[in-house]
Every structure is written in structure tokens, then in C-alpha cells.
Ligand binder design. Sequence first.
Ligand code: FA5
Length: 334
Amino acid sequence: MNTNKTYLEKLKLEAANTIENLLSAEDIETWRINYLGRKGKISEFFQSFKDMKSEERNELGSLANNVKKFLEELYDSKTKSLNKSDIQESDFFDYSLPGTPNSAGSIHPTNQMMQEICIAFNKLGFNIYEGPEIESEKYAFDKLNIPTNHPARDIWDTIWVKDVGDIKSLVLRPHTSPMQIRIMENNEPPIRVVIPGKCYRYEATDNTHEWHFHQIEGLVIDKNINFSNMKSTLFEFARIIFGEETKARFRCDFFPFVEPGAEMSINFKENTWLELMGAGMVHPKVLNNVGLDPNIYSGFAFGLGIERAAMIKYGINNIRDFYANDYQFLKQFK
Ligand code: FA5
């Protein structure tokens, strides 16, 4: 081995040139082992001293120590600059990468169901109306043949709105049926309408009951409308929404504003029946209350739960899922 100064200068130059082009931590470590490691070139150089005269050894030793120190400093500064550029690399934005799409919002499943039901009834010849969520007692109960102190008022656990200026007896509507009256007061038969909207009840929640939920009211008034017209319309609606094979059943029920009254349930999830709506032939007293002659006109009305329809359609067991704002639940309806 050449142990003279020239060799040492060459070694220093070669090491400095090599490290300059290294980019990875692994390559720099290999460089360190190669030049500064226990069996590296600087160590080898020191090993070769043992055969030298002491004068020459002192001189070259001092030179070799300087080179070693120089290479160690090179190594330190290269490692530091590599760490810095690592950070910069991770900060670097690659514009060629595919973007992450923004997660756009979507229509709430209740509103999707509401739209679907409105479209179905629209195809069956119904017009769509909307009405106020705060109602007067007159429309929510009195004109629907439910006078004050009538026990039937207990069916609708009502949330009363107090002290709105001078107007008393306002309620958050417990059902959409007040709109039957408003429509009949303002339109001549034939009438064929549906009215979707939000309802509020002062009642405990469970899997099929919420304290606020949505209904769609339906009303048909004309000459010669009978119970069969109602059944066939509602069966047809059920087939459109839930499929051709849908099983629906009618059972007697009581509502003061219809006679006879019924409830319609739909079969879902292997022999489970869920009540979807109340319905019936509009009561002659209600027709009288809006100035229609029950001897000329007849009609049917119904009020169906929109969340209940979605529960049946999508096999949802708990109505409270609709209001929990759980993203995992909601994103299924995108
Ligand atoms: C009524 O509200 C009547 N106005 C319906 C009606 C209209 C009958 C026209 C006759 C003629 P009921 O309280 O049963 O009836 O409610 C009707 C439907 O709304 C129920 O079948 C159910 O689908 C839904 N519903 C009622 N209460 C709740 C509740 N707390 N949470 C969720 N859905 C409900």
C-alpha cells in the first residue's frame, strides 16, 4: 500500500467526491464504513504505520488525523442535510397523483323516501302540496271532528306552542291531517292531493316511534268515491314503492275524521308486519265542516309514516337511526 502523502490526498479527494453525490442514508452509511469504519481505508492507512520510522510516522499520523477529522465532518454535515431534505421530500406535493375526491353530501334517506313516495302518487294522478308545521287547534283537531275534551285527542300526544303574541291554542302539528281541511276549504272537487311534512308528538321513543317524524297525507274527494277505490290506490302505491310481490293488509282502526277507518300494514322481513298508515273514508261531519255536501261528495284520506316506509323498504329495525346522524348509516343512501 502506498503510505505517502499523495495517497492520503487522493483518498481525501475521492471520499469527498463520492459523498457529494450520495442521496440515500444507506449509501452514506456504506461510505462511512468504507472510509471511517473499523476496517475502512483510514484505519488501513493507520495500520500501515507500524513498519515506518518514527519521524515519518509522526508527520503522516498528524496528516491522517486531519483527513479523518475532515471526513467525519463531511459525514456529519451530509447526514444532517439528508434529514432536512427528507422533510422537504415528504412535504413535496406530487401534482401527478390522482386527487382525493371531496365527500359530497347527499339527500337524507327520509327526504329520498319522501320524494320517491311523492313521485309514485304523482304518477297515480295526485298533486303535491305543503302546509304549516305550526297549526291552530281548529285545524289540528276541531274541524277534523275532534272537539275539545274529546278523548280521541289523547291519540295525538300534542306539543302545544304557548304565548305566540295574542294567538293562543297553537300546536306543533301532530299529524298532517289538518291539511285535509285547508285543501278542501280552498279547492273545489275533484281533489286528489298528497301533502308531505314533518310532525311532532310528545311521546316516548322506541324502535318504531320518534317524537318528530314525517308523514304524507293523502286526500281524494269526488263523486262516487268508495272504499274499493281507496284499497286499490293504496295497494298499487305499495307495489310501486316496495315491489310487485308486496303483501299488504288492512285492519279496522278508529280515527274521528274517517268512517270507516283502517290501518294498512306491510309485510317485511319474513312475517313481520309494520303499520305504515292510517286511512279511511272521509267522515260526513268533516265534509260538512268545509261546506261540502256529503250526499254529493265522498272521498278517502290516508296518513302514512315516511320513516316507516323507509324502514320497510330497506329493512331498518330502529327508527332512531334516521336522526342519529351516524355517517356509516347515512352513507348507505348516497
Ligand atoms: C294519524 O296520524 C292520522 N292522521 C292518519 C290518518 C290520516 C288516518 C287520514 C285516517 C285518515 P297515526 O297516529 O296512526 O294516524 O299515524 C299515521 C302513521 O304515521 C302511522 O301508521 C305511522 O306510519 C306514522 N307514525 C305515527 N306515529 C309515529 C311516530 N311516533 N314515529 C314515527 N312514525 C309515526
